[in-house]
Design a protein around this ligand. Sequence first.
Ligand SMILES: [Zn+2]
Length: 86
Amino acid sequence: MTDAAGGDCAAILANISAFLDGELDATSCTAIEAHCANCPRCAPIVDGLRQTIGLCRDAAATPLPESVRARARSAVRRLLDEWPPD
Ligand SMILES: [Zn+2]
């Protein structure tokens, strides 16, 4: 599945999962942001994570509590397991 942003939803969710494992770099963050600008399915997911865990914002500066990370990680993995929703 591809879209106008040139990204693929499952790949974006995988990037988010990588972020939660502390493996996401700035390039991947840019890809996530660009994808969500054009994807109504991923945008609310990423927006929620951004508010909860500072996705792509304070990642380097603020280590997340493991409890928060674990909860977000399981949510993303569940989404990946169920993707695509259609
Ligand atoms: Zn998407």
